[in-house]
Design a protein around this ligand. Structure first.
Ligand code: COA
Length: 260
């Protein structure tokens, strides 16, 4: 599939995905979600890519939501399909991705845009960012995981308030509430993300993957997070990365991880 709505660039072993519909404030239409899915699938198997950054084009918006024009006439069934397809192909897919994914939130992150940022493992936001889940203003609720992930990140009370008032919050509040890991001036946003990825890519990819799995398990009622941790911890002992990491420590040298 030719990519029309997203740009990709590999830099410092990191795939930067830029959602590129600036005239629609990078709103997520079906085509963009399909392109995101395809890009994520391809990058998962590419060993040269160690982490991902997702951002929006321009200086105004990360993503201003799902494309309202596209779903305005949907039926109940189509609404359910839209939501479940999005969960499966993009939002849950990112949350459970085997490599760290950072959202570089460069402006408005509203509705599906904030949901996209929340599906990522970390969020770095620019000081002009504005975040919210305004779906009730449209007579609908967040459908790409927002009711769940916002409560996980900021607590149930603040999630109720943000979702029921449709209020947007500032970058400062997002940082205070735990929604944003870091705030930076807009021109520093990607550098801050690269600073984080630069640390991650010196570590064991298999261990980072296992950590993502164990952390997520605690937020998924199909699993017991502690049991998943025990299993993943044990499995680490069978990896070459573990042998290399411990040997390098004992030999007082830097580990060179091959990711197996
Ligand atoms: N879906 C589809 N199109 C969208 C969009 C969305 N979620 N958000 C913005 N756009 C489009 C606008 O329709 C407009 O297109 P047009 O120029 O063809 O008319 C363009 O992007 C620019 O947006 P505009 O509203 O003119 O910019 P603004 O600076 O006045 O306002 C926002 C910015 C973000 C406050 C406003 O666009 C907005 O409220 N967007 C919807 C947010 C939302 O409800 N998201 C949740 C969806 S589930």
């Amino acid at each position: 599939m030719a990519l029309e709505n997203i740009l990709t660039e590999i830099k410092n072993e990191v795939l930067v995905i830029t959602i590129n519909r600036p005239d629609k404030l990078n709103a997520l239409n079906k085509q963009t979600l399909e392109e995101l899915h395809e890009t994520l699938v391809n990058a998962e198997n590419d060993k040269s890519i160690r982490a991902l950054i997702i951002t929006g084009s321009g200086t105004k918006a990360f993503v201003a939501g799902a494309d309202i024009a596209e779903f305005a006439n949907f039926t109940t069934k189509e609404g359910q399909q839209l939501s479940s397809n999005g969960h499966f192909k993009v939002f849950n897919f990112i949350e459970n991705y085997s490599k760290p994914v950072i959202a570089a939130v460069n402006g408005f992150a509203l509705g599906g845009g904030l949901e996209l940022a929340m599906a990522c493992h970390m969020r770095v936001v620019s000081s002009n960012a504005k975040m919210g889940l305004p779906e009730v203003s449209l007579g609908v609720i967040p459908g790409y995981g927002g009711t769940q992930r916002l409560a996980q990140l900021v607590g149930k009370g603040k999630a109720f308030e943000m979702i029921s008032t449709a209020d947007t919050i500032s970058a400062d509040d997002a940082y205070k509430w735990g929604l944003a890991n870091h705030i930076t001036p807009q021109e520093e946003l990607l550098n801050k993300c690269f600073e984080i990825t630069a640390k991650i890519i010196t570590k064991s990819p298999v261990a980072v993957k296992a950590a993502i799995k164990a952390i997520n398990a605690g937020y998924n009622n199909k699993f017991n997070g502690y049991e998943v941790e025990i299993e993943e911890f044990g499995k680490s002992f069978g990896t070459n990365d573990f042998k290399e990491g411990t040997t390098a420590f004992l030999e007082k040298r830097k580990a060179i991880f091959l990711g197996n």
